[in-house]
Design a protein around this ligand. Structure first.
Ligand SMILES: [Zn+2]
Ligand SMILES: [Zn+2]
Length: 394
């Protein structure tokens, strides 16, 4: 008796009892059924003989507390029925190491919906579906589509103002030529010669026997003899789709935008996954950004800082005139209100203009002469508090 038998055979049904039946009920039912189907009472009746064997086999397990517990555990783990899954293709030679993640991971899945498969959590619901010999069918429930991640680079002004861009996404999809079974049109996947279509093989180790997904067909139960020319037997193709994605004004570099329901479609009526868009913002040659404020550095001359000036500076969408009052120190920040990021709710950041007094590296003779005159007319800089300290060392 193998664990595969345990997965496939419903011993409770064979004895006509509930799964919750007490050991007395099981014993009573077994005795009754064994008596009725006993070959001595049904000479020459092969059906009765088969029933008698089935009843005896069932009682050998359910009549033994320990074996019954193991049987219950195994069935709750593996469900009832053999593996059922569409062909993945014959491209896996039998000797290859069996890669569980390959079979059960993201690329795998169950049945016709292989490409949307989830992780290990989906394993039992998607691989071990019903319909096997002696097993009751257990339909798979709806499954949420997978989340999709992508990255997009925005120009600086687009990020500030907001923009709608078409995003082209590439995602695995089911091959329409073969409907995902990987077989050339007009042919069908055939039962796997190794596991005879069961999808499981049994391995004995000591006194235990283990069922494991068949390596030849990867638990599918079928193999493809003539491959689909479109997908080369894989059953999958890369599909592209284009989405118009709205990036709100003020979207920031490094931000992740979630678009609910725009990921991969769900299966069997399940909800779609989400689309996550990672935003990169290309730097601007003039403007910087701090939150919702834009920043700009404007060089001015010493004379402009001293005498004052009305400065016309660019904003992202036009120009603005800022008054630099006489006697403005270098590094002073002027603020153009509302010229930063304008949010949808109307909240607006500012344009922060940093004044940078530029010192000329060379001077004309006239400028030098004028500056020397200026220097004579100007009181020295207020350095007395430093001079006292300097004198200590001289
Ligand atoms: Zn195909
Ligand atoms: Zn197989």
């Amino acid at each position: 008796m193998s664990s595969k038998d345990w997965i496939e055979k419903d011993y409770y049904a064979a004895l006509g009892v509930q799964k919750s039946a007490s050991s007395d009920e099981i014993k009573k039912s077994y005795r009754k059924l064994a008596r009725e189907s006993h070959p001595d009472h049904n000479p020459g009746d092969p059906k009765a003989e088969e029933r008698f064997k089935a009843v005896s086999e069932a009682y050998a397990v359910l009549g033994d507390e320990k074996k019954r517990r193991e049987y219950d555990e195994m069935r709750s783990l593996f469900g009832s029925g053999a593996f059922r899954r569409n062909a993945r293709g014959a491209g896996q030679p039998g000797g290859m190491p069996f890669d569980v993640s390959d079979l059960f991971g993201g690329a795998g899945g169950g049945g016709e919906a292989r490409f949307g498969g989830g992780g290990l959590g989906d394993l039992f619901s998607s691989i071990f579906t019903g319909g096997g010999a002696g097993g009751a069918a257990r339909p798979r429930g709806p499954a949420r589509g997978r989340d999709v991640e992508t990255e997009v680079a925005l120009d600086f002004p687009d990020a500030v103002r907001g923009v709608t861009l078409p995003l082209t996404l590439r995602a695995p999809g089911v091959c329409e030529t073969c409907h995902g079974n990987g077989a050339k049109p007009g042919t069908q996947p055939v039962a796997c010669p190794v596991c005879h279509g069961a999808g499981v093989t049994t391995r004995n180790q000591g006194s235990f026997s283990f069922s494991e997904p068949c390596r030849n067909c990867q638990g599918v139960g079928t193999v493809v003899e003539e491959k689909c020319p479109e997908c080369h037997g894989t059953g999958g193709v890369t599909k592209t789709r284009t989405l118009n994605v709205r990036f709100p004004a003020g979207v920031a570099d490094g931000q992740r935008i979630r678009l609910a329901g725009r990921g991969e479609p769900g299966e069997r009526g399940g909800p779609a996954g989400d689309l996550f868009v990672h935003v990169k913002v290309r730097p601007d040659e003039l403007f910087g950004r701090t939150g919702d404020d834009l920043t700009l550095t404007v060089p001015i001359t010493f004379a402009e800082a001293v005498l004052g000036i009305d400065l016309r500076v660019p904003t992202l969408d036009g120009t603005v005139t800022l008054r630099v009052p006489p006697g403005t120190p270098s590094g002073r920040v002027l603020r153009a209100r509302g010229k930063g990021v304008v949010r949808r709710d109307g909240h607006a950041g500012d344009l922060l203009v940093t004044l940078d007094v530029v010192v000329p590296a060379t001077l004309s003779d006239e400028a030098r002469a004028a500056l020397e005159t200026f220097a004579e007319q100007t009181p020295p800089a207020a350095r007395e508090h430093l001079d006292a300290r300097v004198r200590r060392f001289s």
